[in-house]
Design a protein around this ligand. Sequence first.
Ligand code: NAP
Length: 308
Amino acid sequence: MTKTPNTPNSVATTASDVASNTAPGGEAVTVIGLGLMGRALAGAFLDAGHPTTVWNRSAGKADELVARGATFAPSVAEALRASSLVVVCLSDADAVRDALGPHRADLAGRTLVNLTSGTSDEARALAELTGDYVDGAIMAIPEVIGTPDAFLLFSGAPDAFAQHREALGRLGKATFFGEDPGLASLYDVALLGVMWGTLNAFLHGAALLGAAKVDASAFAPFANQWVGSVTGFISAYADQIDRGAYPAEDATLETHLATMKHLVRESAAVGIDTDWPARIQALTERAIGAGHAGASYAALVEVFRGRA
Ligand SMILES: NC(=O)c1ccc[n+]([C@@H]2O[C@H](COP(=O)([O-])OP(=O)(O)OC[C@H]3O[C@@H](n4cnc5c(N)ncnc54)[C@H](OP(=O)(O)O)[C@@H]3O)[C@@H](O)[C@H]2O)c1
């Protein structure tokens, strides 16, 4: 398969590049937004020795950071002027537009790294705020920011990312996907879908076993081991999806359907919600109806593409 510039193979930099530079100090950074995540981001810059200026609509959330050495800017304009790297992390795209929209002149010549969650189109629209716009997605919770367990995805202005990649690497492993500012957000929502799908399956399983008085903590090690096996399936199926061919090297969709029906029946029998397994069954039946009965599970991608 021919790789396009936007595939993960085109990663321009990874955390391993940047994490190696752990010397204290570095460029000045401004963090706009001190919610749960913004405070963690500012804290990681401070811990790495970056002169850090912060701004938040509710000023009190800056107190702890100021005690640790941050400078509180009394206005957005002053916060922007303090650093050539500005990281913004607010509730949503509307909040970013509210906070930064009136300050285009102050943004000029600075790199704006937007770590606010949103859709790819929202990111592309916000890129119009400044020429040096980088969008980012945080695949971590606040407590792991600044540790090797955090990973962040970036896309947007390549030169701006390259210029600030050392500072951005302080937050966690940093991967850059190229100049489409929407791509980091697209990866973000796709990865969150993986998270919710996995968690929903676990929670449904916990409810099912709970009906037999099995604790979720007894189920968890088996669920975790099985998720590990499933990661192997993902790699194999990714290759099939990219080739557009779904040979059933492990099990056919028909075999999957038969066992899915067990899950639906078991759920109904013990009185737990059947919506989740019934939905999976319905998707599989659509793929089979479109002629994929003998194909591998990866053929279900045709349903998600709206072709089955
Ligand atoms: N928390 C996580 O685990 C996590 C993980 C990955 C990504 N994220 C993303 O990070 C972003 C922030 O999340 P969070 O957990 O930090 O949320 P949060 O604790 O609710 O903080 C929201 C921040 O947005 C500010 N804000 C909201 N509307 C505003 C407006 N119109 N003008 C100016 N400031 C405004 C709030 O200011 P006030 O303090 O004045 O209300 C606060 O600083 C979200 O997009 C979230 O999806 C979070």
